[in-house]
Design a protein around this ligand. Structure first.
Ligand code: HH2
Length: 278
């Protein structure tokens, strides 16, 4: 059986897992940012856990298109009190950050996974995670959040995202990070037009490297708004449909805002797709 090595946890990879989003920001695109409100943040994390999340992903810097970077002290101030509580819950906690100092503080506070939208591009980030046994999610992004959606351009989006992820995996291997700690993510919406997102989605497993597990994050994203004409608050059905289809295309972890609905849909999908016949 295959596992993702995730600090003290081993996540089995044969059924798709659900990563529940906990946004501690003031300005997340989905409007669910908890802006440093500790009680609400912990209540939201508890709800995601009780709904059946396999992993929680705590993010204290918004990376929505147009967002400016959050100062490091502000990111830590929003993150650490929540992380210190949820890290005692006996489940793997991921921290969504691109700052090496935040990674180090998060790992010291009990994070079991680092989710880096810059795919460990900074040597200090690599050093921070190499010194631990956390899982690492390597995501593709073209450009930076403040300008990435202005004019995304590729000659061959699948080949370029695949090559980018292969280079990130090579970086991690050179730093001594074992393959069983790595997750790859094409980064839906990060420097991609609707057409780029759709091509990547249809050919999801083509971007992986040596069959490393893939994470897909499409929940409530603007690509679903473009397809349905719905504002962000009305994208639940589209998000659930996309999560199920991503699982069908081979994603092993689905990063979602709506854990309960996604779990239900995945249970139905798993039974209808591959249940035992009588
Ligand atoms: N998407 C967002 C943030 N982090 N990490 C990974 N690995 N993959 C993703 O697709 C991804 C991510 C954006 O979503 P959200 O956290 O809801 O919004 P914001 O960045 O505005 O807080």
């Amino acid at each position: 059986m295959r596992f993702l090595h995730c600090g003290p946890y081993r996540l089995p990879l044969q059924r798709p897992l659900v990563m529940g989003i906990v946004n501690l920001t003031s300005d997340s695109f989905s409007g669910d940012g908890l802006n440093g409100d500790l009680e609400r943040a912990i209540a939201h994390a508890r709800m995601q856990r009780d709904a059946g999340a396999d992993v929680l992903d705590l993010g204290a810097e918004s990376t929505r298109p147009g967002a400016m970077p959050a100062p490091e002290d502000e990111e830590l101030r929003r993150l650490l009190p929540v992380l210190e509580e949820v890290a005692t819950w006996g489940m793997p906690i991921s921290v969504d950050t691109r700052k090496p100092a935040v990674m180090r503080a998060a790992l010291a506070a009990g994070a079991a996974m680092i989710n880096d939208i810059t795919a460990m591009a900074q040597p200090e980030a690599l050093a921070a995670v190499a010194a631990s046994d956390c899982a690492v999610c390597l995501m593709h992004m073209q450009g930076e959040p403040d300008a990435m959606q202005r004019a995304p351009a590729y000659r061959d989006v699948v080949a370029e995202v695949g090559a980018f992820l292969a280079a990130a995996v090579a970086r991690c291997r050179r730093a001594g990070i074992a393959d069983n700690r790595l997750l790859l993510d094409p980064g839906f919406g990060f420097g991609k037009s609707l057409a780029h997102n759709l091509t990547l989605f249809r050919r999801l497993t083509a971007v992986t490297v040596d069959d490393l597990p893939l994470l897909a994050g499409v929940s409530r994203k603007s690509m679903l708004g473009e397809l349905t004409g719905r504002p962000v608050g009305e994208r639940l059905p589209a998000s659930v449909a996309a999560a199920v289809l991503a699982a069908g295309k081979g994603a092993r972890i689905l990063r979602v805002h709506d854990v309960a609905a996604t779990r239900d849909a995945l249970a139905v999908w798993a039974a209808l797709e591959s249940g035992d016949d009588t």
